[in-house]
Design a protein around this ligand. Structure first.
Ligand code: AMP
Length: 282
């Protein structure tokens, strides 16, 4: 295998993966601006796989017209160092032209799952995610691909896509990495001012309070919704977009809490839209 760390063309990537067959190939897709959450995904892949490939690609197809594609943080040199430090063998960083080219006519849509939770305010977002991941899966043909539980809906959608389209890829969830105060680490946290960053911690606190209440035996989803709404409302800088108590697999709301449930929320704080997800196992 060549010593070149960063691969930028599809043909080089295909060649590299073929060269290493039948090694177990692990894949960690990212949009760069790497942080401890990404590092955890890469470390998990390193433990399980012979060849670890990290993609860095700010996917234009998953941003809405009003969203932050232009201002999304980009730090390619630092990202390569972080990825290699965490155990990656190669970084795949194709340009937009290389990966997407002219306006594609084909897209991958996952019905129903993409309409719930974040799908309500981000139409087309998950189709954009799935369409780019399908390309990466076809180019890299990994055995295992790693996704953060922070983006639980994305993980479920990718898992369903892999199942429906017969990708022979194990889709592996990795626990959310949090800052000391509980806020899930996200590339978008850097949009927060110091005051907004302090206020944002109400999100994990509210989810944690909800989790404790469920584990103490509360079975009325409505009571959990009220609790979370009230807690978020104590921080005027934080606007709740949605909170849902739902089934972890199909993301449908529940009234009565029985079995496993997902607590899913999105908030807006200043210029940042932050999400968090907590799964409670029965
Ligand atoms: P992104 O670069 O934000 O598209 O994220 C790339 C991958 O990293 C996705 O699978 C995310 O779910 C995952 N990820 C992002 N933040 C975290 C975190 N705090 N903990 C664990 N995984 C994360």
């Amino acid at each position: 295998m060549s010593d070149v760390v960063v691969v930028s063309t599809i043909s080089d990537m295909r060649g590299l993966v073929k060269e290493r067959m039948p090694a177990v190939v692990g894949f960690v897709p990212t949009m760069g601006a790497l942080h401890a959450g990404h590092v955890s995904l890469i470390e998990n892949a390193r433990r399980d796989c012979d060849l670890v490939i990290v993609s860095i690609f700010v996917n234009p197809l998953q941003f809405g017209p009003e969203e932050d594609l232009g201002s999304y943080p980009r730090q390619p040199a630092a990202d390569v160092e972080i990825a290699m430090g965490a155990g990656a063998d190669k970084v795949f960083a194709p340009s937009r032209d290389e990966l997407i080219g002219d306006e594609p006519l084909t897209s991958v849509n996952i019905a129903e799952l993409d309409e719930r939770l974040c799908g309500r305010s981000r139409p087309g977002h998950f189709a954009g995610v799935a369409s780019i991941l399908a390309k990466f899966f076809n180019i890299i043909a990994p055995d295992r691909a790693y996704f953060g539980e922070k983006d639980w809906q994305q993980f479920q959608i990718v898992r369903r896509m892999a199942h429906d389209l017969n990708y022979d890829i194990e889709i592996i969830p990795v626990s959310t990495v949090r800052d000391e105060d509980g806020l899930a680490i996200s590339s978008r946290n850097r949009y927060l001012s110091a005051g907004e960053r302090r206020a944002a911690v109400v999100l994990p606190r509210a989810l944690e309070a909800a989790r404790v209440k469920v584990e103490d035996g509360e079975t009325r989803a409505g009571a959990i919704v009220e609790l979370v709404k009230e807690m978020i409302a104590t921080e005027p800088a934080v606007r709740l977009e949605y909170f849902s108590v739902c089934r972890p697999e199909n993301l449908t709301d529940v009234d009565r809490i029985t079995g496993d449930v997902l607590l899913a929320a999105a908030v807006n704080v200043g210029a940042a839209r932050l999400i968090d997800n907590v799964v409670i196992r029965a």
